[in-house]
Design a protein around this ligand. Structure first.
Ligand SMILES: Nc1ncnc2c1ncn2[C@@H]1O[C@H](COP(=O)(O)OP(=O)(O)O)[C@@H](O)[C@H]1O
Ligand SMILES: [Mg+2]
Length: 356
């Protein structure tokens, strides 16, 4: 296993004009980590993964494994396992032989090989199928074999997954997500897992790398992405619904909305000329019946009763915002009310970035 360093790494596709599929970036993936690379379709996830595995040569910059420059090495010389969106299996071979293939290639003796194949088959619940030909299995089962082949070598620098659960049915998907977490703990492999699905990323990874339009906008634990989004994109993308951003002004050293001074967790002043907003999660936005500190006049625009919670849509100043109210058994106030922003739970954003 290895530490992977990306140094000033960027990529443009031929014919893509001067737009970067991957904007130049520098970052480190630590040895033994479980990382998810999360972002919407087209943001550059596969491009980044394929540069790490060597399937794509980057337009600029350097990839190193444990300090060794591998940028010019082909995939087979990089000691990486990669699992793709669709199964890649040898149909005429048995499940056992499919799983054993990467180990036979490296000259493992039979006893050790059998032990390892059985270990991986057990985790993926493929033991009963080891003697069957891959051809006779469902798409789900075949993709489990692909996952197994990716995981079977204990000596790889990292295992890269590119949306591997796309073809898997929802229930099995849920199980496999948890399995991957267990596999990471048990087999101690460095995993880099690409997905556009926040639930998948947040259940699986210790560290989530969020990408938007060819750029890494934040690297953090699931908790950090939820509590302190560094970029408005992360606020929107994580959470359901995403973070509210309320337009605000800056006057006399403080943020104000509709003339009301709003304290936030940001301690610095925003750069002059930036478009300002205050970010607050629906989970933390409160309803109040009277004016007070950090409390802004609001109007209830819509209410969705979801049983255990109420989703209340508010017009706050010029913005629509959601409040998620738990245990809201009491009747809501009529139209006119107040929205309270708990200072520790909101932050100032200048253009797209969180003000520290
Ligand atoms: N072979 C290619 N040639 C030209 N453009 C490409 C190629 N592959 C991907 N792109 C473009 O690069 C950007 C990033 O794509 P990709 O890395 O596949 O994103 P993701 O995996 O996040 O969906 C997209 O705008 C996509 O259209
Ligand atoms: Mg992709």
């Amino acid at each position: 296993m290895a530490r992977i360093d990306l140094q000033d790494l960027g990529h443009r596709y031929p014919g893509g004009g001067d737009s970067w599929a991957l904007r130049p970036m520098t970052m480190t993936w630590n040895d033994g980590g479980a990382y998810a690379l999360l972002g919407p379709s087209g943001c550059g996830k596969t491009t980044l993964l394929n540069i790490i595995s060597g399937l794509i040569a980057p337009t600029r910059g350097k990839v190193s494994f444990d300090g060794r420059d591998v940028t010019a090495l082909p995939p087979e010389a990089r000691n990486i396992a990669q699992v793709f969106q669709f199964p890649v299996v040898y149909d005429t071979m048995t499940v056992f032989d499919n799983l054993a293939f990467p180990l036979r290639n490296r000259g493992w003796d039979q006893a050790r090989l059998r032990q390892r194949v059985e270990e991986v088959a057990e985790i993926l619940e493929l033991q009963a199928d080891l003697g069957r030909r891959a051809r006779s299995l469902s798409a789900d089962q075949k993709q489990k074999i692909s996952l197994g082949r990716g995981l079977v070598r204990p000596d790889v620098a990292a295992v890269l997954f590119d949306e591997p659960l796309t073809v898997i049915d929802p229930h099995l998907k849920w199980l496999l997500r948890r399995k991957l977490k267990q596999i990471h703990q048990q087999l101690k492999l460095s995993l880099l897992y690409v997905t556009h699905d926040q639930t998948e990323a947040l259940t699986f990874a210790d560290h989530v790398v969020v990408m938007s339009q060819g750029e890494i906008v934040q690297i953090g634990t699931p908790e950090q992405l939820f509590e302190t989004p560094a970029h408005r994109f992360v606020g929107h993308f994580i959470g359901s619904p995403g973070m509210n951003f309320l337009a605000c002004e800056w006057s006399a050293g403080a943020a104000t909305i509709a003339g009301v001074r709003v304290e936030t967790s940001s301690s610095q002043s925003p750069p002059a000329g930036a478009a300002l907003s205050i970010g607050v999660r629906p989970e933390y936005l409160e309803l109040a019946s009277t004016a007070g500190p950090n409390t802004i006049p609001a109007r209830i625009a819509a209410v969705r009763d979801q049983g255990i919670q109420k989703m209340v849509q508010l017009e706050v100043g010029s913005t629509l915002a959601w409040a998620k109210l738990r245990n809201a058994t009491a009747a809501l106030p009529s139209d006119t009310t107040f929205a309270r922003l708990p200072p520790a739970r909101c932050a100032l954003y200048a253009d797209e970035r969180r003000v520290p």
